[in-house]
Design a protein around this ligand. Structure first.
Ligand code: CTP
Ligand code: K
Ligand code: MG
Length: 180
């Protein structure tokens, strides 16, 4: 019961977990804000690029489509049914994760935090909230059928833990400049 809930939460959120990591690997090039400032500070900063955002969104969507392919096999191996991702749901999760992270950078700049500065809490949940909201908007029927209250609870508890672990890992591997 608890195991299937945790596995389902991880599976359902994978299209939202991949984009930020893909953006780290693909980042660079023109920043989304084009270098523009607001109140004397960058609107978003150099850490939010068109290439990273596009690569992250495409990677998240690709993961959703790949999970659809293996869903029957994995479900029967596990003995319980994992969700599949309609195109709108996969796209909503992936793009929403990127937009949540971009929104967080906007808030960081408005509160005087330089690029790369930590914002505990926001850093760990920005992309989850963005992903869930956009999935709800793009695929409401799928969202309400998939994300029961227990599943949402597991997602909101598990994601910050996974976020910390993967970011420390990426930092140790030299892929990220900061361990958050
Ligand atoms: N990245 C990107 N485009 C995005 C998100 C991330 O290009 N939409 C890349 C950038 O190279 C960025 C790196 O991934 O530096 C790490 O992402 P993140 O930690 O979110 O950005 P920061 O550089 O820490 O900037 P911020 O303080 O705005 O979060
Ligand atoms: K971030
Ligand atoms: Mg960062």
């Amino acid at each position: 019961m608890v195991v299937s809930l945790v596995v389902t939460a991880f599976w359902a959120m994978l299209p939202a977990y991949i984009p930020n990591n893909a953006a780290v690997l693909a980042g660079g090039g023109r920043p989304i804000d084009g270098g523009r400032t607001m109140d004397g500070r960058r609107i978003l900063g150099d850490g939010k690029t068109w290439r990273g955002t596009a690569a992250g969104t495409i990677a998240g969507l690709a993961v959703a489509l790949a999970l659809n392919v293996v869903q029957p096999t994995v479900s029967s191996l596990l003995g319980f049914s994992l969700p599949t991702f309609p195109l709108a749901a996969g796209f909503g999760l992936a793009l929403g994760a990127m937009l949540g992270d971009i929104g967080a950078s906007f808030l960081k700049r408005r509160t005087g935090r330089e690029r790369g500065a930590a914002f505990p809490g926001l850093d760990q949940l920005d992309f989850v909230v963005g992903a869930l909201v956009l999935a709800l908007v793009f695929a409401p029927a799928w969202f309400t059928a998939t994300f029961t209250l227990p599943l949402l609870t597991v997602v909101l508890v598990m994601t910050p833990v996974l976020h910390v672990v993967t970011n420390v890992g990426a930092y140790v591997l030299g892929l990220k400049n900061e361990p958050w």
